[in-house]
Design a protein around this ligand. Structure first.
Ligand code: ZN
Length: 684
């Protein structure tokens, strides 16, 4: 039995059960700006650069000096914008500032994640902080805010007006429109929140918690995971709670006591200090919302999101709960039965504990589906896998990907020109950094660092950063690639008038939907046949292997979704009109779930999502999945349908943030957006 061949579904389950599941990609992408964007200056408008070459930085000082040049240019452009006449002239200046900022800072800041030179990476990080300070200052600029306000009133064209409206909203959320005393308070709260959020993360990151085990306690765990780990003074192996070892131990350790200790350490990460911080953060957010005349932080956040109101988010979550409650109970019962069988005891005498779920899920998956994810690697070589997702896009969206010769930030980095086939015109560049390397970002993510626009000659650029296994991809990895590639499509195929409206500058709870929609393309046998078009020599992946992987992926769905529901509902409860105690609220809410609350544990102390940028936004993971399911209905029967694909390109990918998300989905589907497809899927 190959225990090290961790099955993909088990891994996904592990992630969902262990903690708040992180997004597939923790990618720093731009969404609707927290602060207003940079501003334009005449030279940029008059001499726009359609296709910027990738900066050829080799050393840190080059980056520092380019950073200064960029910021100085931005400040000049702000000065110039302050004097512009409201209306079309103002908007032109505003967009030119935005374009300038992207061109000066986008690729440069991105390099902190991938450049082989550590000193250069550090400079790029510093530069990001400088730009962030610049934006915070811009958010408080009353002259530019007035320009935005007056322009909204003057602009008649809907696209122009919407661009100005989004700018105005960003200014308003930064507090510049408030009376002076409140404005000062809002700024102080924002600064304090940033500090507390960083402290919360530091308390998790810098604790370096390790749990000690005698060798015998790790029975069942693959030796590769623990043999070389450091030992304490008693000769016991010590394992970290934040690496891949965590999931493997939880899935494979026969000793329930060992699992419990590791699980408790993980669940309590951040500790009492973080519970105090969370309570403070929550109260400050409420204070902030009240400065704006709103009754809760959820109101403050959600009025800018697709979901619009806390009431609608809550209603949606209730429906999710209703759809999966029965499956959740069934999943728990199945795991309990598996535990009773494993320990040779009666069901009545068997209680399923939270530290049992990953272990028995793994056993059931192995018994039932016997999927060996490693077996897929032979069918999906890395370069051909990349070519495969491109080919799928070529068939769906009428584009072409051509490899461009050249050298970029590291050997093996590739550049691809994206061409619109009908117009025979290059529209974007996609960089791909395919293989692992020291100092490189070690997950999969996309940086859409330059957005295209039609008002000026301006092509989109993005970077897809992955860490392919040179032996080939598993199906789960191919799914991740498809998801990330979906983010690049939003950049490459955006066709908005202004870059500030482009690509993924959409509401946070809508941003993931297209990528989520495309994920299940790789489980479609017809789509997988496309692989032979890009690799005639590759053996076709056997259908039964795909069937098993698909079934395994669905395993435990009820329990996973119910857990996500709990996280989302908890997040909204904390950010409602009161400021309830974080632990009391959690004990009550988790206590009502099928596995209950475990006394002595403090899950919220490690819940970094809600202490950070996902505060009052955790529901968005489920919400955008529902949007993805809804949009997917247009591809029922043929996921490669070029007609539906063309419509998707024009109405969803092409429109970016030019229209409200509800309208975008409606334009694509020809009917109102809804959650029924998602609920049907959940009940299936
Ligand atoms: Zn994503």
């Amino acid at each position: 039995m190959q225990r090290t061949n961790v099955m993909s579904a088990a891994l996904a389950l592990a992630a969902a059960l262990a903690l708040a599941a992180a997004p597939a990609d923790a990618a720093p992408r731009r969404h609707v700006p927290a602060h207003p964007k940079p501003i334009p200056v005449k030279p940029v408008v008059e001499n726009p650069v359609a296709d910027l070459p990738f900066p050829a930085f080799e050393r840190g000082p080059q980056v520092a000096s380019a950073c200064t040049t960029g910021l100085e240019g931005a400040m000049l452009r702000v000065k110039e914008l302050e004097k512009r006449k409201a209306g079309a002239d103002w908007l032109k200046g505003w967009e030119a500032l935005y374009d300038w900022e992207e061109d000066q800072s986008g690729a440069l800041i991105f390099l902190q994640n991938v450049h082989p030179n550590a000193e250069l990476r550090a400079e790029a990080e510093k530069c990001e902080q400088r730009w962030s300070d610049f934006q915070a200052g811009l958010g408080q600029n009353a002259l530019v805010w007035q320009g935005a306000r007056q322009s909204v009133a003057l602009l008649k064209d809907p696209v122009d007006r919407r661009a100005a409206e989004l700018a105005l909203e960003a200014f308003e959320d930064a507090g510049v429109a408030l009376p002076k005393d409140r404005q000062v308070k809002a700024k102080a709260i924002a600064d304090k929140l940033a500090t507390l959020g960083q402290q919360f993360n530091r308390n998790i990151r810098d604790a370096h918690v390790r749990v000690a085990f005698a060798d015998a306690e790790l029975k069942g765990v693959p030796e590769a995971v623990w043999k070389d780990q450091p030992r304490d003074a008693d000769g016991k192996v010590t394992l970290p709670i934040d690496g891949p070892a965590y999931a493997t131990v939880m899935q494979t350790a026969e000793d329930a006591g060992a699992r419990e200790r590791l699980w408790r350490a993980k669940t309590n990460e951040g500790g009492p200090d973080n519970l105090k911080l969370l309570a403070q953060i929550e109260q400050l957010r409420l204070d902030q919302a009240r400065l704006f005349g709103l009754s809760s932080y959820a109101d403050f956040v959600l009025r800018r999101r697709m979901v619009e109101t806390p009431a609608q988010a809550a209603r949606f979550l209730d429906e999710v709960h209703a759809a999966v409650a029965e499956d959740d109970r069934r999943d728990v019962l199945e795991l309990r039965q598996a535990k009773a069988r494993h320990l040779g005891q009666t069901l009545e005498a068997t209680r399923l504990q939270r530290w049992d779920t990953m272990f028995y899920s793994e056993r059931l998956l192995r018994e039932r589906f016997a999927v060996d994810e490693e077996a897929f690697r032979a069918y999906f070589p890395p370069q051909e896998s990349l070519r495969f997702v491109m080919r799928v896009a070529e068939k769906m969206f009428g584009v072409r990907y051509d490899r461009v010769d050249g050298k970029w930030w590291a050997p093996e980095v590739q550049a691809w020109a994206v061409t619109d086939v009908a117009g025979n015109r290059k529209i974007a560049t996609l960089y791909v950094d395919p293989y692992p390397r020291d100092g490189k970002y070690n997950h999969a993510a996309v940086w859409n660092y330059r957005n295209g626009a039609s008002a000026v000659p301006r092509q989109a650029q993005s970077a897809l950063v992955v860490n392919f296994d040179r032996r080939g991809l598993t199906l789960r990895e191919l799914e991740t690639l498809m998801h990330e590639f979906g983010h690049t499509l939003r950049n490459s195929l955006s066709a908005t008038r202004y870059a500030s409206d482009a690509g993924e500058n959409v509401a946070q709870d809508f941003a993931e939907a297209p990528s989520q929609m495309l994920e299940d393309w790789v489980y479609d046998k017809k789509v997988l046949k496309v692989f032979q078009e890009v690799c005639p020599a590759c053996k076709p992946v056997p259908d039964d292997l795909v069937d098993k992987a698909r079934a395994a992926r669905e395993f435990g769905k009820g329990m996973q979704v119910e857990r996500q529901h709990l996280y989302a509902a908890y997040d909204l409860a904390l950010h409602g009109p009161g400021a309830p105690d974080p632990m009391e609220t959690w004990e009550k809410m988790e206590g009502a779930s099928s596995l209950g609350y475990v006394p002595g544990t403090t899950f919220p102390s490690g819940f970094a999502h809600i202490a950070g940028g996902y505060g009052a936004g955790y529901y968005g993971y489920l919400w955008s999945q529902a949007v993805a399911s809804d949009m997917r209905t247009a591809f029922v029967g043929d996921r490669l349908d070029p007609k539906a694909g063309a419509r998707f390109r024009a109405t969803v990918l092409g429109e970016g943030a030019q229209k409200a998300p509800q309208q975008v989905v409606k334009d694509f589907l020809g009917r109102e957006a809804g959650s029924q497809a998602f609920f049907d899927y959940l009940k299936k």
